[in-house]
Ligand binder design. Structure first.
Ligand code: CTP
Ligand code: MG
Length: 171
């Protein structure tokens, strides 16, 4: 079992390709309101979780809610792929503005597993090339996360390590 320490005063970014299990992981380890999902926010602003055109508005709303939560001293988890450095930068900045620690939890799952999982889902009908591109971005991100300002970087390699992980909150 791997215990991942997460400071209570933190902004946690889940990082992983589509199908890596971020939403599943969030549901297992964090409270209902602690997790802000980009899908959910796309739904809120457009009525369609899969409407990629709604992504900018969704993230604007998500960051606004994250800021409100951090101001209230509430641990907050961002459930989005977060595989691009530009996407992560805003959240590191947000954490700093609110004096909380940016933390990354990376779900590093083989491309084949993610592709197979998504094939069985409705609404995740983008092809394997999307997962491949995200995998490439993730690989580059793994080397960069520390320098980007994340104070803790937890990397879970593979399905078994993810299944065995627990979260330990530290005051
Ligand atoms: N899944 C699974 N076993 C796991 C984790 C996930 O079978 N240990 C399945 C889920 O039931 C879901 C799919 O794999 O059907 C994708 O998992 P999800 O948690 O939704 O992945 P995300 O990383 O959240 O994908 P996305 O970025 O597309 O939201
Ligand atoms: Mg998800």
């Amino acid at each position: 079992m791997t215990a991942l320490t997460v400071p209570t005063m933190s902004l946690v970014l889940l990082v992983g390709t589509s199908g890596s299990g971020k939403s599943t992981f969030a549901a297992q380890h964090f409270g209902r309101f602690e997790t802000l999902s980009s899908d959910f926010f796309r739904g809120l602003v457009s009525n369609d979780e899969d409407d990629q055109a709604a992504t900018p508005a969704a993230f604007e709303a998500l960051k606004h809610v994250a800021a409100q939560r951090l101001r209230a001293g509430l641990l907050t988890v961002v459930d989005a792929t977060n595989v691009q450095a530009e996407a992560r930068r805003d959240f590191v900045q947000l954490a700093r503005e609110h004096d909380v620690l940016p933390v990354a939890i990376v779900l590093d799952v083989p491309e084949s597993v993610c592709v197979a999982r998504n094939a069985g889902r409705t609404g995740r009908d983008f092809g394997p090339e999307v997962i491949r591109r995200q995998q490439g971005q993730l690989r580059r991100g793994l080397k960069a996360l520390g320098k980007e300002g994340f104070r803790r970087v937890h990397v879970l390699h593979g399905v078994d390590e993810i299944a065995a992980a627990t979260i330990v909150r530290e005051p």
